[in-house]
Design a protein around this ligand. Sequence first.
Ligand code: AMP
Length: 505
Amino acid sequence: MNLALWLERTAATHGDSPALLLGERVVTDYAGFHARASAVAAALTDRGIAPGDRVAIFMKNDPDYLVALYAIWIAGAVAVPVNAKLHPRETAWILSDSGAALAFVSPGLGGGLGPETPVPLIDTGGADFAAMARATPRAPVPRAPEDLAWLFYTSGTTGRPKGVCITHGMLMSMSLAYPVDVDPVRPEDGALYAAPMSHGAGLYALIHVRMGCRHVVPASGGFDPAEVLALGRALGPLSMFMAPTMIRRLTDAARASGQSGEGLRTIVYGGGPMYLADIVEAVDLMGPRFVQIYGQGECPMAITALSRAEVADRAHPRWQDRLGSVGRAQSLVEVAVGDAHGRPLPVGETGEIMVRGAPVMPCYWQNPAATAKTLRDGWLMTGDVGRLDADGYLTLADRSKDVIISGGTNIYPREVEEALLTHPGVHAVSVVGRPSAEWGEDVVAFVVAAPGQAPDPAALDAHCLDRIARFKRPKDYVFVPDLPRNNYGKVLKTELRKRLEEDAT
Ligand code: AMP
């Protein structure tokens, strides 16, 4: 089944419900959204886009993002969403690797793509797109569950991004798990796109289309905490996906303006480590609005979840351990922790996290070597290190390549980061290994000081000594104004390591 049929059905039953909003302004209802997407789909077919062809979306968050996405699916083609903030060279790589036949681009973005861009561009603010939207609408091309729907390019904190093959079946199962494992979805809710629609926020559009919810794109097209708080007040109840760094900024903005996130019904967070100190502060200030998920492009949004009640719980004897975990397996997957050969380990032991189930990818796009490394004996090897407890809670340590080995012992940077973040002088921190002739690697902490503070390394050292084993303490502290992050807010540890190497030479 083509997942665009969910749009067709919602348009049939809720045609006059508001569908796409830009800020507080309703751009169109479900009948209009469906008609526009079906017309653009017909125009794609007229231009020779055949089922299975790839069509890129190089757009900022915009109501027409969803029009382009559904048009591609109605035409039976495969969407290739590309983060609009990528460097032209990275974009050119994704467009050529995916073999995209054309790309939808936001007004003004096409010029930034550079001469190496190999495909024709359709500016969604231009006359060409307007003419496509006036074509005679077409019905969705029949699709099977194993047919490709979305090529998801991994965010690539190292190396070149790989295309994860995401099928119609995966997207449907992931979407139907959301109301079961993450948060019920009601027609009166709105989905707010504060994070890039090329990633998790866009994946969450599908279940909200099925339920006839409003899709609200902030007028700024990006993440502005004050705007998010104002939209919550004006349009709530709203649900949204946020990376942990966005929650940090939202908490700061809410505190500064004396607000508590009114109207922001659910904030689903994931995509990177959420430090205990940060989520405790967010819940204390804004209440039970938060749900955590753990996923990766290879099993989008669907590995584990930590419920709203668990995130807000302060009564359970092990609430802190649970809040520091990513929760328990979602309904459609099995989660295990494996040794170096992918053999499941007993409860409590640390190893690589392995996943199998309906939302797991069948392969990487045209990359059998990477597929063979990542899919082993039916399991997805996530590259994340962690452990399960007896109740099924999964605690992530780090990406396996970020684990520091010092004096032959594994040190998980996350544990050191959690300890340092409880110091009032520390605003943000990232811990990496520095090559050491004596120990193999030394622990080094890059620290962003809290506003107006200049924490003393000796004080930070004493703080660590009170909380973690002596051998895990950083040997050095490097104070920086900011941490380098990719476009999804993930800290680029490779760059920090490179910086240490450069300093050494
Ligand atoms: P991506 O494929 O770009 O979505 O990145 C997925 C990676 O982000 C995972 O493999 C984890 O390393 C990390 N990640 C995702 N969710 C969480 C979470 N809730 N806590 C910590 N790390 C996470």
